[in-house]
Design a protein around this ligand. Structure first.
Ligand code: BYC
Length: 480
């Protein structure tokens, strides 16, 4: 079978020859109804019957992997797609460097590998759950369509991880696949596994910040797992990354369009001071300081997803050849890191200082550093928009010690510049850094639906181009 071609005949589109793998095919077909029930219960609320102009992956050929058409979301073809196998691929790092990549799970690393797959899998449905109410307040049909596109693809990413569990992890893999449908974002008894995936996504600014910052953690983690010596995981993640790019596009351009609209409205009204919040809000747009606070919140929550700066788990996963560094294949060193050092920001006698740590233990920190660099690129583009319109303001990422719940800085309070604050100071100034109840209420008040074809809510500028080159008056969602 040509790996670039997808078998569309069965219940589950795939390029892994499911038709010849009766055990796994049955296991997935058995899991399917539970997934559909979950989608109905926890997927986009109120739009399950609507026709949405969605892209569906139909091939893994980078030149033409997707097709666009109107689909009812519950009928979306969630498939199992892996990037093509690379002939003669080797483990590229760690203790097994140079050995043939594994096509089966290496027994000694089974538990570690399963944990990585389960954690990755858990985030995918969590984000759909977090975003399920947003359709009702969409600022346009274009944005609504993008939300649903992100949602169905996160659903497909869950399928990708469940395939690995069902195919390679036997009975416990099956149990984990079930459990992925049982946990719920924010549920006090059965929460999702990682902190940020139990937070609310109450409004569209949060959605765009989430897709900008948190989906970008997804990109970094998938890039690290794409390097894995366990070849099926590597191939799965490589294809997921193709879809992930659009999610970050949605986030980056979403925030850009909000900033653009705010700045244009300010200019038009002759308001130069970005801190004249009351006046700016009267224009029906979101003031820049509040956008900054939302960025502070989502950036800091996402940093927690990188785990502790110093981590034995991360060292073990690298040493075993299961999880590499960001773009490991482009780095020039021994790819074993038994001797090197890496500078880590630590809390030393109450002060934040850089200290060298063994490179192997500092892998979470390193991935986080790569992430911050990547985040700053888009922030620079947001600032260009503000500058071009001529408002004296810059969005800045807060210090990595700000508002942390995991790792080195979880026990202290710091301001956005990294100054350590007492509990009392923090409580006094918290509202300067993070959205206050008033900020949230103002934003939520703005979130009135706008479902008119080709129209946009007043707080967000239209996009520069349509999806799939569609014109401005295209009906992205036919609401039923
Ligand atoms: N919340 O050694 P440590 C995405 C736990 S996003 C709660 O510091 P490690 C997406 C940790 O489990 C990408 N618990 O951390 C985005 C451990 O517990 P155990 C998702 C946490 O293991 C948007 C203990 O603390 N993929 O795809 O080196 C939309 C000590 O851990 C947290 C992955 O994350 C937390 N934030 O690193 C849709 C990749 N952090 O085992 C999708 C797979 C740590 O001692 N996961 N803990 O009981 C991993 O690589 C790692 O597990 C982590 C943590 C990076 C998450």
């Amino acid at each position: 079978m040509n790996i670039a071609q997808v078998d569309y005949d069965g219940l589950i589109p795939n390029n892994v020859a499911l038709g010849q793998d009766v055990r796994v095919k049955r296991a997935l077909e058995k899991w399917h109804p539970g997934y559909i029930n979950w989608w109905h219960d926890m997927g986009p609320e109120g739009f399950q019957e609507s026709l949405v102009y969605l892209r569906t992956a139909v091939s893994v050929d980078p030149k033409g992997w997707a097709k666009f058409d109107y689909v009812r979301m519950p009928e979306y073809r969630w498939g199992v797609l892996l990037a093509p196998q690379v002939e003669g691929r080797k483990v590229a790092f760690g203790a097994h460097k140079g050995e043939d990549a594994w096509q089966e799970v290496p027994g000694e690393y089974r538990a570690m590998l399963r944990r990585l797959v389960v954690i990755q899998g858990d985030t995918e449905p969590a984000s759909v759950e977090q975003q399920r109410h947003l359709g009702k307040t969409a600022p346009s049909l274009y944005d609504m369509r993008n939300l649903f596109q992100v949602n169905v693809e996160e659903g497909r990413h869950l399928w990708a991880m469940v395939y690995l569990l069902q195919k390679y992890f036997g009975t416990d893999g099956r149990e984990e696949a079930e459990a992925l449908l049982q946990r719920r974002s924010g549920d006090p008894d059965t929460p999702r596994m990682l902190g940020a995936f139990n937070e609310k996504t109450p409004d569209w600014l949060s959605f765009f910040m989430f897709t900008y910052f948190t989906d970008r953690d997804g990109k970094m983690q998938l890039e690290a797992l794409a390097q894995s010596g366990f070849d099926p995981l590597s191939r799965t993640c490589r294809f997921m990354l193709t879809e992930e790019a659009h999610h970050m596009f949605v986030g980056e351009t979403g925030v850009t369009r909000i900033i653009q609209r705010t700045c244009e409205a300010m200019k038009q009204a002759g308001i130069d001071d970005p801190y004249d919040i009351e006046k700016v809000r009267k224009l029906g747009v979101i003031d820049l300081p509040t956008i900054q606070k939302k960025a502070n919140l989502h950036f800091s929550l996402t940093l927690d997803l990188f785990g502790s700066e110093i981590s034995t788990n991360a060292a073990n996963a690298f040493h075993a050849g299961l999880k590499g560094r960001y773009r490991e294949d482009r780095l020039k060193d021994d790819h074993q890191l038994e001797t090197g050092a890496y500078p880590v920001l630590r809390l030393i006698n109450g002060q934040i200082k850089n200290e060298d740590a063994p490179a192997l233990s500092a892998l979470n920190m390193r991935l986080r550093d790569d992430y911050v660099v990547d985040c700053n690129v888009g922030v620079g583009r947001w600032n260009k928009v503000i500058e071009q319109i001529g408002i004296p303001f810059q969005i800045k990422l807060p210090h990595v010690a700000f508002h942390r719940h995991i790792g080195e800085f979880s026990d202290i309070h710091a301001d956005v510049s990294g100054n350590v604050l007492s509990e009392a100071e923090w409580n006094k100034r918290r509202g300067d850094f993070l959205p206050s109840g008033d900020d949230r209420a103002f934003i939520e008040g703005l979130m009135q639906p706008n479902f008119e074809i080709g129209k946009f809510a007043g707080w967000i500028a239209p996009p520069r181009v349509g999806i799939d080159n569609k014109p401005g008056d295209f009906e992205y969602v036919k609401i039923a």
